[in-house]
Design a protein around this ligand. Structure first.
Ligand code: HPA
Ligand code: ZN
Length: 332
């Protein structure tokens, strides 16, 4: 089964590049920049990855990002992810980054973008991984700050497939960012948003109705609203589900309790992704394997998850068709 899952072409659609920062690279970069970390060594830092909820993770995740200072750092971070994703059979990656986390520390947007973009272009050549980039706005900050971040990224908009929304969900509904997302759509950008991870199903409805999102990131709490689940099936709205993340952040106690299989059987277009793999204990293959074992998924289920990931991507139709044909050939 592991070989089958690895061999099936997969798209990763929910990956925060800052969340792929492995402790070893954190220490390398801290040394390079003369930064003193709160932890004495890699093992101690890794041991701190024990979270009670989304906020307890975000506190560490934002602190960790502080070692990313120059273009080469963002390049090294992105290259490390692509190498790892390639090993897992990822053929297409749609990558989130958080511009405000860096610009707030005085790192120019051009530095962040330049390092990530250079690695993606090189990675496509070396690993054959196609890509899209999606800057996210931090929802714990104000809508005015998000609007300023949008203005700053617009000169680069041809490089972005969409804009997204992440960070602390509860108390920061999608409605707070309606004007920002409207502006982004007027500029020709698609939209996605984290919703229904810790927040209520109403946030998913808001993301669809007010932000006009093409996908929902997480979205697992949709199940609390049967009419919403029906809508997600009818409109085939993809959910970028992150199973190991959900367990690490205590959305579910155990992987066996996850609702991915129920949603899949119901006809929701669910996909499997790693979110912040360094912090949550697994890259995309680990996530596929965790749900396969924990929820007793069949080969057909795994192939369907891979198919969903391609269909839910922002690839062009011809590329989607080619990957879907390959999946069918392997799954036959
Ligand atoms: N949820 C919200 N914000 C985030 C996440 C997440 O899973 N990962 C990185 N920022
Ligand atoms: Zn996320």
């Amino acid at each position: 089964m592991e070989n089958f899952i690895r061999a099936v072409p997969k798209a990763e659609l929910h990956l925060h590049i800052e969340g792929s920062l492995e402790p070893e690279l954190t220490f390398d970069l801290a040394r390079k920049h003369g930064v003193t970390l709160k932890y004495p060594n890699v093992a101690a830092l890794r041991a701190a990855y024990d979270f009670s909820d989304l906020q307890s993770f975000l506190d560490l995740y934002y602190a960790g990002a502080d070692v990313l200072r120059d273009e080469d750092d963002f390049h090294a971070l992105t290259t490390a992810y692509l190498r790892r994703a390639h090993d897992d059979g990822v053929v297409h990656a749609e990558i989130f980054f958080d511009p405000q986390t860096h610009t707030a520390r005085g790192i120019p947007f051009a530095t962040v973008f330049g390092g990530i973009h250079r690695a993606l272009v090189e990675g496509e050549r070396e690993f054959g991984i196609s890509w899209r980039l999606i800057p996210n706005f931090l929802r714990h900050l104000s809508a005015d700050e998000a609007m300023r971040a949008l203005e700053e990224l617009l000169p680069y908009k041809r490089h972005f497939a969409a804009v997204g929304l992440d960070s602390s969900e509860r108390g920061h509904p999608p409605s707070k960012f309606a004007a920002v997302f409207e502006r982004a759509r007027k500029e020709g950008l698609r939209t996605v948003a984290h919703a229904g991870e810790e927040g209520p199903p109403e946030y998913i409805v808001e993301a669809l109705d007010l932000l006009k999102v093409s996908r929902i990131d997480h979205g697992v709490r949709c199940e609390e609203d049967p009419a919403l689940v029906e809508r997600l099936v009818r409109e085939q709205v993809p959910l970028t589900v992150c199973p190991l993340s959900n367990v690490k952040l205590c959305v579910y106690k155990r992987i066996e309790d996850h609702n991915l299989k129920r949603l899949l059987d119901r006809g929701v277009k669910v996909t499997v992704n790693s979110d912040d793999p360094s912090y949550f204990g697994g890259y995309v293959l680990d996530n596929y394997l965790a749900v396969q074992r924990g929820l007793n998924l069949s080969r057909a289920d795994m192939a369907q998850l891979a198919r969903n990931s391609i269909e839910a991507s922002f690839l062009d139709d011809a590329s989607k068709g080619r990957w879907l044909a390959k999946i069918d050939a392997i799954a036959a």
